[in-house]
Design a protein. Sequence first.
Length: 260
Amino acid sequence: MSLLAPDRAGPRVLTVNPVAKIAALLPLTLCLLLTLDWVSATVAVVGELVLFLAVGLRSGRIWLRAVPLLVAAPLAGLTMVLYGQASGDTYLQLGLVHVTEGSVAIGLATTARLVAIALPAVVLFATIDPTDLADGLAQRWRLPSRFVLGALAGLRLVGLFLQDWRSLELARRARGVADAGRLRRLVGQALALLVLAVRRGSRLATAMEARGFDGPAKRTWARPSPVGRAEVVTVGCGVVLGAVCVAAAVAAGTWNFILT
């Protein structure tokens, strides 16, 4: 199964135009980027989880993709706790490490903020088919078809690269050159994969140009990319959740406008 294939566990989400999902993330992300506080980020995470469960995103395969995020976010927050701006009471001071009341607050806010920003992107992009996304970008956002089709072709090659990497690993092992020197083997395989990628990309570009993908005529699209009530509701949820996060932070007195 392709890693780029959308998970079929949330049919209501799959019917939404991919560009609407991206548009719904923009206002929420903007609101979270304007402040660094735990209230707005926590409200965003809770709201995102409620919305995801409401639309049927309960597949363990989707949530498994969020595991790296749940590991990386606390590590980033720990860095802020140990080396962040010192303020308030001091809890620990050891060389460059200076843990204070303010640094702990910044670390918690950073962790929640990273999860709030990245979680919807990870989960929603797991429900997006690359071809549907390309159709939406070209038909709805009017992006150049050459750029859209080139990006789509590149995404479709990711799965092949993973297969090539596995084939290279098995071939080198069969020849007895993968038993020692793991770092050297990794570098050699990476260079071999780069060569394969360049060759495949050149052949693909030539084939696409020969078939008229770079022609001057206006393109037509085999599949329409409709926008209806579901897309409006999706974007509205992003706007409302972003506004609720800002209102909650202001009401709690934790709003911290980081651009000032």
